[in-house]
Design a protein around this ligand. Structure first.
Ligand code: NAD
Ligand code: G6P
Ligand code: MN
Length: 440
């Protein structure tokens, strides 16, 4: 079987160790010959990489492992780039969340003004990775899950139209896992689903078991009472995520014919979200206090002891969708996956050049979207507004335009007026001085 060379861009990510353990557990499906980490923060990456080096020595000494901050060394001779960078890291996520809250608007990593601010930082970072890949390994594919995926995907569609980049999100995968538990199936692969929307902004229209039995009635009944909280819930689910899964109950009530993505709560119940936010302690603070401390603490323990048993790193099981995607391309499996792709008529009554999240068959030449057909006015109206926001952000980045960014924030369904949008924008510009292009 062919063996592959992978570079993980954003090697210092809190998700890297879990993904490495997941890759090791999937060597029968996607065997590796080389694994390289790349990051522009050498010190942060070193901790993760030195711990992963020990894990790899224990489990798979034949895989050639290295880590670097040099793009040429990182991107030469690779088959896949797995990209999960966070430009500005958690301190800037904290700003994205806290600045809008100061103006009474919700603060979220990928939704509303926070997501827009993150988009303005991410576009340049992801385009840079695409360019390195095209320069040093022109036949490689990039599997990108750097956020905000919707804005990043629109930017790459427009500015690097021929790039071999696939944008993917794990939220539908996580929700489908919960759906499978709710209806008593082993896992999400025991279901066949139809879904459409934008990234962090979509709906399931059909969920069947592999015999074609409709699972929607049972799911509808459960979600109407408990949201996406399965009967025997994982006690480790964090409280803030649990709230989101419960809130799906109210989101689903708006259109009981479908099952919603949890992120719709930010657009449909923004007042609720603001009321339940602590402006002094947001999700970024939770992540820094928990996931980041835990991952880096474990890595340091592993490095000190020289063995992986000294840490408590866990395999990121649900990230195996990345292996599904890579092997779909490598082995032309034609697996059906949700990807963020140009609409191109798949949703009949929606813009051809909008980036939509829809099921695609994935093979060696990339994704082939399935037809969705016409969508109802409720979804179409919401999606048109949100797609316009995402396009305006890319306009603003491209044209260095204050005006376009003000329009983008004003148009976000999470923002009440143009004056509030302007006040938020002016604060965001100040906070993002070293990351955003200068606007005029
Ligand atoms: P993190 O801050 O722990 O890791 C990100 C790493 O990227 C850092 O080590 C940072 O130094 C590095 N980085 C930043 N800018 C860079 C650049 N220009 N070039 C190279 N490296 C750069 O963040 P995290 O919480 O582990 O998340 C990583 C990313 O994955 C985020 O974008 C997050 O939103 C995304 N994510 C996406 C999904 C999805 O569904 N699409 C799921 C989980 C996480
Ligand atoms: C889901 C989404 C990601 C997002 C993440 C945030 O996985 O699909 O796009 O980055 O949640 O999780 P966090 O634990 O960092 O708040
Ligand atoms: Mn996502």
């Amino acid at each position: 079987m062919k063996k592959f060379s992978i570079v993980v861009a954003g090697g210092g990510s809190t998700f890297t160790p879990g993904i490495v353990l997941m890759l090791l557990a999937n060597q029968d499906r996607l065997p590796l010959r080389a694994l390289t980490f790349y990051d522009n923060d050498g010190a942060r990456q070193e901790t993760i990489a030195e711990a992963c080096k020990i894990i790899l020595q224990e489990q798979a000494p034949d895989i050639k492992f290295s880590y670097t901050t040099d793009p040429k060394a990182a991107f030469t001779d690779v088959d896949f780039v797995m990209a999960h960078i966070r430009v500005g890291k958690y301190p800037m996520r904290e700003q994205d969340e806290k600045i809008p809250l100061r103006h009474g608007v919700l603060g979220q990593e990928t939704c509303g003004p926070g997501g827009i601010a993150y988009g303005m930082r991410s576009i340049g970072g992801v385009l840079e990775l695409v360019d390195y890949m095209e320069q040093y390994s022109p036949n490689a594919w990039m599997l990108n899950y750097s956020n905000p995926a919707a804005i990043v995907a629109e930017a790459t569609r427009r500015l690097r139209p021929n790039a071999k980049i696939l944008n993917i999100c794990d939220m539908p995968i996580g929700i489908e896992g919960r759906m499978a538990e709710i209806v008593g199936l082993k896992d999400r692969k025991q279901m066949r689903t139809r879904y459409y929307g934008l990234n962090h902004f979509g709906w399931w229209t059909s969920i069947e078991d592999l015999d074609g039995n409709d699972l929607m009635p049972k799911l509808r009944e459960h979600v109407a009472k408990y949201g996406y909280v399965p009967p025997t819930d994982d006690p480790h689910t964090e409280a803030s995520w649990n709230d989101t899964f419960v809130k799906a109950r109210d989101v689903q009530a708006l259109d009981p014919d479908t099952m919603p993505n949890t992120y719709l709560k930010y657009y449909l119940f923004p007042d609720y979200v603001v009321k339940h936010s602590n402006p002094n302690r947001t999700r970024a603070n939770e992540v820094m206090d928990h996931r980041e401390k835990h991952v880096f603490g474990s890595c340091n323990a592993i490095i000190q002891a020289g063995k992986s048993s000294a840490g408590e790193l866990e395999i990121d099981e649900h990230a195996s969708y990345i292996v599904d995607l890579a092997s779909a391309i490598a082995f032309n499996t034609q697996e059906r996956m949700l990807l963020i792709v140009p609409n191109n008529g798949a949703i009949h009554n929606f813009d051809a050049d909008a980036m939509v999240e829809i099921p695609c068959l994935v093979g060696k030449s990339g994704p082939q979207p399935l037809t969705v057909g016409d969508i109802p006015n409720f979804q179409k109206g919401l999606m048109s507004q949100q797609v316009a926001v995402e396009k305006l952000v890319v306009d603003a980045w491209e044209q260095r335009s204050y005006q376009k960014l003000w329009q983008a924030i004003t148009l976000s369904k999470t923002v009440p007026s143009a004056s509030v949008a302007k006040a938020i924008l002016d604060d965001l510009i100040e906070a993002n001085k070293t990351y955003w292009p200068e606007l005029h």
